[in-house]
Ligand binder design. Sequence first.
Ligand code: 48H
Length: 263
Amino acid sequence: MMIDENIVTKAIATRFFHKFLDSVELDVAIVGAGPSGLTCAWRLAAQGFKVAVFERKLSLGGGMWGGGMTWNEIVVQEESRHVLDEAGVPVFEFAPGYFTADAVAASVTLASKACLAGARIFNCMSVEDVCMRGEGEDVRVTGIVVNSSPVEMAGLHVDPLALSCTYLIEATGHAMEVLHTLTRKNGVRLKTPTGEVMGERSMWADTAERTTPENTREVFPGVWVAGMAANACFGGYRMGPVFGGMLLSGEKAAREIAAKLRG
Ligand code: 48H
């Protein structure tokens, strides 16, 4: 068969823009394709919700690829290993209650589960702002503002585009970019004890693993926090290369948002 470059170009443009146009009105927009965002996307897409993940980088998996200090193994606990088991990632017991998995296998498999469940993945696309509606008690985030990551990296003055969503999930990890932008630009108060982003604390893995799922919740009308961002938002500790809390956080966000979407 002869390859016609024009058909290749038309195929890419047609398919991409079909995918993008079909994502302009989303049930859930997930910002960040780390372990919490991917788990959440997988769980929501598997239930038929219209969900898209926006990831600044080319690759999916966030901070999971490198395990601890680039030694590419991760640790999960008994309570969370079911997520990796269900995905098909081999896990090995190292000591009673401590399981390891290959960080690369975990990253690519969670990414695959999310994609194949039907989540739309927009890699190389950064979320730079949110859409707001209402005043006072009625104020709500109603969408995301996206730009091409290379545009962002080059510092080019190119205006973004906006997409709407019923719920936005901040799963951007330590940086917690969406909430910082939301509070800085709009002076709004969050549903945290201080009304503000409380910031991440130092390492205390046991406590951090417990609080990550606990802190996974709606922090502003229309905005949920998941993963490391949830802990950072509520002033939680960090946990190093223990990833169970990230998986459970993604699961919890998906479960509770699915219940809300079903009404
Ligand atoms: C688009 C963005 C934007 C943006 C960031 O950091 P992540 O892996 O997130 P989590 O919370 O699922 O997992 C955290 C885990 O990896 C970790 O860091 C742990 C356990 N640390 C413990 C410790 O002690 O250090 O992934 C977040 C993703 C990344 O891929 C970013 O590129 C992406 O979000 N991202 N994507 N628009 N504005 N900001």
